[in-house]
Ligand binder design. Structure first.
Ligand code: PMP
Length: 412
């Protein structure tokens, strides 16, 4: 009996479920065969500060992290995490709705309510899960999600999970949004999903017009402010605040993995029924709550970000200096003016993008090599994201590195 089972199993030709990824494997092998370092396999062997690390044995300036406000090494943020680890242990070992809500989960939600001046805050294990959970729970079968075509993967995945009808519109195009909204059946549930800052090109959404149009058409609005928290808007609440429409936004999604400097995701809202989401949102219920140390560090960081005025001003100064410097050197940039802490340098193709990335790494500079499907219009980008802790001298050093690498590779 056992013999015949084995025979049957070994006779069947297995269908390799990974075969569909062969083109990706080939592209990667071709790239590495050219002798470049693997841009997607970098190890930070030692992290010296928010702006410096040892990578591949080299002292490297970090210009490709989301550490916008440099909070990862803030002594208060670190001390709060250490203390919570001592007092509450290493992890929660449970869901928020069972044994996983500790003092600091409540405290970080209080810090978020204060930061955004909103009634409700719900913390998820990541920003990805916040989008996945909130979008899929709000908009289900028969509802419509109208979203910018360049939306983050977590937004698309949230749409797919909820099974709503997805209606994309051209990036940052107010008229296209309006046209799509007009075509949606009267009385249908509608959620317009926007981002404050789009992370590939670093451009800002025209939220003032878009939120108004969404409201005129009876849609609810969700804005992902992942890349604006802490430094855009008078209180650092993001682009919706800066453009004066935050009170008309129904749900703001954010993350702790960028300006806050830790890990986690959240949604804040003034909707009176918001708390029911804790019971029905599967990516909130069916996963373990974040460790108390992460929550305590995050709460401390969020409260410090409320008073980050000087750091914010310096971050903007860095962004302006780098943008102008790169443009003056002759690089093609994603935006005409600096709109955020992200500056995208457009590469002619993947090969030269990878060569430039490597040349910069050898100079001692780390940036993100971004390529499709993450990037719009099939572009290869060297994405630079600035930190409030980059000194003015470091920004000048960075410009020198870009100049040398750009000339060596023949891009400028
Ligand atoms: N939204 C946007 C716009 C993002 O860029 C990201 C991450 N890069 C996320 C959500 C997910 O955040 P997290 O890293 O916390 O999962």
């Amino acid at each position: 009996m056992a013999t015949s089972m084995t025979e049957t199993l070994s006779a069947a030709e297995p269908v390799d479920l990974l075969a569909k990824f062969d083109p990706i494997i080939q592209t990667r092998e071709q790239l590495l065969a050219a002798g470049v370092e693997d841009p997607f396999n970098l190890v930070m062997e030692q992290v010296l500060s928010p702006t410096r690390a040892i990578c591949n044995g080299r002292d490297t300036i970090l210009l490709g992290t989301y550490n916008y406000m440099g909070m990862t090494f803030d002594p208060d943020v670190i001390a709060a995490g250490k203390q919570a680890m001592e007092d509450f242990g290493a992890g929660t070992t449970g869901s928020r709705v069972l044994n996983g809500t500790f003092r600091d989960h409540r405290d970080v939600e209080a810090a978020l309510r204060d930061f955004y001046d909103m009634d409700h805050a719900m913390v998820f294990s990541t920003g990805y899960q916040a989008n996945l959970g909130i979008i899929s729970t709000l908009a289900g079968k028969g509802d419509y999600i109208i979203l910018d075509i360049d939306s983050h993967a977590s937004i698309y995945d949230g749409c797919a999970m909820g099974k709503a009808e997805v209606v994309p519109f051209k990036h940052n195009d107010v008229e296209a949004l309006e046209k799509r909204l007009k075509r949606i059946p009267e009385g249908a549930g509608k959620l317009v999903v926007l981002e404050g800052v789009y992370s590939m090109m670093g451009d800002v959404a025209p939220l003032r017009e878009m939120v108004r149009i969404a409201k005129e058409h009876g849609a609810m609005v969700l804005v992902d402010e992942a890349h604006s928290m802490g430094f855009i808007g008078e209180h650092g609440r993001g682009v919706a605040e800066a453009q004066g429409v935050i009170d008309d936004v129904d749900f703001i999604i954010g993350t702790f993995s960028k300006s806050v400097g830790t890990v986690g995701g959240f949604c804040v809202s003034n909707h009176p029924k918001f708390e029911v989401l804790r019971l029905v949102c599967r990516p909130y219920v069916f996963t373990a709550a974040l460790p108390p140390s992460v929550m305590a560090s995050s709460a401390t960081s969020i409260r410090k970000l409320m008073h980050g005025g000087n750091k914010r001003a310096h971050l903007w100064e860095n962004s302006r200096t780098l943008h102008k410097g790169l443009r003056d050197l002759g690089f093609k940039l994603g935006t005409d003016e600096p709109q955020s802490a992200i500056i995208a340098v457009i590469m002619p193709d993947l090969e030269r993008g990878a060569m430039m990335w490597e040349a910069l790494l050898k100079e001692g500079l780390y940036v993100n090599l971004a390529r499709p499907p993450a990037t719009p219009a099939g572009m290869t980008l060297l994405r630079c994201s600035l930190c409030a802790e980059h000194s003015a001298e470091q920004v000048q050093t960075i410009l020198g590195m870009f100049e040398r690498a750009g000339r060596a590779i023949g891009i400028i």
